[in-house]
Write a protein that binds this ligand. Structure first.
Ligand SMILES: [Zn+2]
Ligand SMILES: [Zn+2]
Length: 244
């Protein structure tokens, strides 16, 4: 499987960039993990929108789903133009139906997922969802395929109860919203040092830091995480692709 960074910023996108978004290519599927602000535009540097088969939305904060409405319009147009064969599947994190309602639209269909959901696809890969520790209901996802695993936590505080879901992953994509020694938990997030510590506790092979802050020297985040985690640490960058 291949995963590409489409957007790496927390809260809002920097000029010409995007907030949370990752393109997962696996089997015959192209799956977007989160669809934040700027993602729809940036994604088209790599694929056509009608190639997307599934979108997973971790939670209903705008930096993870702001571009969803326009993506739905794109699917509607592509269906009418017969440029999309199948409607786009939207995997929406929901515990209670009233939490988050997406308008039904031709070209997309919604499937609610929660922390108990396990989805096995005909191509032989599995998506397992787990609840993170955030201010609203938020899901992370573990993708398993051909003996390899990748985990995307979306937004979370440092929480060691997540370790079993992250365990021994080949790649962990997690957030470093602040620099070390800053109390990130008060905002529902993790700092760089906590990201490294979580990666270390889970014994993952590689750590990709994302959901980056808009101040300071972001290269420092990598150095701070590396003090806590002995594996490879990479800072997210738009277009960066990791093959697992
Ligand atoms: Zn966020
Ligand atoms: Zn959030």
């Amino acid at each position: 499987m291949k995963i590409r960074v489409i957007g790496r910023w927390g809260a809002y996108p920097k000029r010409g960039e995007a907030t949370a978004g990752f393109l997962l290519e696996i089997g015959n599927h192209k799956i977007l993990l989160d669809c934040g602000s700027g993602v729809l535009s940036a994604l088209q540097n790599f694929i056509e929108l009608n190639e997307l088969t599934t979108v997973f939305l971790s939670h209903n904060h705008f930096d993870h789903m702001a571009d969803l409405g326009c993506l739905q319009y794109a699917c509607l147009i592509d269906m009418d133009l017969k440029q999309r064969n199948n409607p786009l599947r939207l995997l929406i994190s929901k515990e209670n139906k009233e939490e988050w309602t997406i308008p039904a639209m031709k070209g997309t269909f919604e499937k609610g997922v929660n922390q108990s959901t396990i989805m096995t696809f005909e191509d032989g890969f599995t998506l397992t969802f787990f609840q993170t520790n955030h201010d609203v209901y938020c899901l992370g996802v573990r993708v398993a395929y051909e003996g390899k695993a990748l985990v995307y936590t979306a937004d979370t505080r440092y929480d060691e109860t997540l370790v079993p879901y992250l365990k021994d992953a080949d790649l962990l994509i997690t957030e470093a919203s602040f620099y070390a020694n800053f109390d990130a938990a008060q905002y529902g997030h993790m700092n760089s040092s906590e990201a490294g510590k979580l990666a270390s506790k889970a014994g993952v092979k590689k750590l990709l830091l994302t959901h980056l802050p808009h101040f300071g020297d972001i290269q420092l985040l990598r150095e701070e995480a590396a003090l806590m985690f002995k594996g490879e640490v990479v800072l997210a960058e738009c277009g960066l692709q990791v093959v697992i």
